[in-house]
Design a protein around this ligand. Structure first.
Ligand SMILES: C[S@@+](CC[C@H](N)C(=O)[O-])C[C@H]1O[C@@H](n2cnc3c(N)ncnc32)[C@H](O)[C@@H]1O
Length: 269
């Protein structure tokens, strides 16, 4: 099937999409570690307050300032896929405490864009709203940012209404069936020329990584093991494009391959 999909992409003919009901059979659930972060996908009140400390430390160990990396990822991806000027409506799926949403706000600066961060966890959303409130006094950008507690499989936005959807470190949370539902929901609300930017764990580490990079990757993959295996096993881009009709238009690795950003465009009639 994979060869057929690659060929079909080259010839620009419709892709083969896996029917939803086949997904659990093709991708049976992986053994799940019984840890707090794996048993509760909606980031409980217990975990949420520590989440930002965790990500800051994680990025720091890898040699990045979190804010800088997030802004660079969005800038790279948008600059290389048509720029920012046409973006008027953007959504951050699984926004957590809003770090990627605020990075997007910085990249779009004064474009008068409506940016909505959505997350299923009320705890993450309330932290994002608190940050937004604290930022408002010092923030001069003209974008309108808001945060809403919503499930990414049922977003109350109109068909073909959105120019850009971004998602950082959230797609690895989704099982294959959930991935199917979220990707098809993104497809529905994106404009035909819209973009979906997914930033998440990568598939590999460069051949000769620094010791610390290697260790960090090992720890991350151990913590996130049952989830990231789907990406690593299935080949992320082909896999995503087999769940919803879209094409890959750009990708870039960060931190020696620990992270990867991929940009897709929906294929619409
Ligand atoms: C690892 S956090 C990433 C947060 C943030 N995007 C970042 O880059 O730090 C994953 C987020 O996905 C959210 N999430 C999980 N399932 C979701 C769903 N079905 N709809 C919306 N958000 C979801 C979780 O609540 C969590 O906040």
């Amino acid at each position: 099937m994979m060869r057929t999909m690659t060929e079909s992409k080259k010839k620009n003919v419709p892709q083969m999409i896996i029917p939803r009901e086949l997904i659990p059979r093709l991708f049976p659930p992986l053994p799940q570690l019984n840890t707090p972060w794996n048993t509760d996908h909606s980031f409980s009140g217990g975990i949420a307050p520590f989440y930002n400390t965790f990500t800051k430390i994680m990025f720091y160990i890898l040699g990045y300032r979190e804010e800088f990396l997030r802004k660079s990822v969005i800038s790279d991806c948008l600059t290389n896929t048509g720029g920012t000027t046409k973006i008027k409506r953007a959504i951050d799926v699984g926004c957590g405490t809003g770090e990627f949403t605020f990075a997007l706000e910085w990249v779009l600066q004064n474009l008068n864009c409506h940016i909505t961060g959505i997350d299923i966890s009320p705890h993450m959303i309330s932290l994002a709203r608190k940050k937004l409130k604290d930022r408002k006094e010092s923030n001069h950008y003209k974008n309108v940012v808001s945060f809403r507690q919503l499930d990414a499989t049922k977003m109350p936005f109109q068909d073909d209404s959105t120019d850009l959807i971004i998602a950082s470190l959230s797609f690895h949370e989704f099982s294959p069936t959930l991935l199917h539902d979220v990707l098809n929901e993104c497809h529905r609300i994106l404009k035909p020329e819209g973009r979906l930017l997914i930033f998440d764990y990568g598939d590999r580490v460069v051949k000769k990584p620094a010791m610390l990079t290697k260790l960090a990757y090992y720890i991350i993959i151990q913590i996130e093991t049952w989830k990231t295996q789907y990406y690593i096993r299935c080949g992320r881009e082909e896999f995503f494009c087999s769940l919803s009709p879209m094409k890959l238009i750009y990708q870039k690795e960060y931190a020696g391959g620990i992270f990867k950003a991929s940009v897709f465009q929906p294929l619409k009639e």
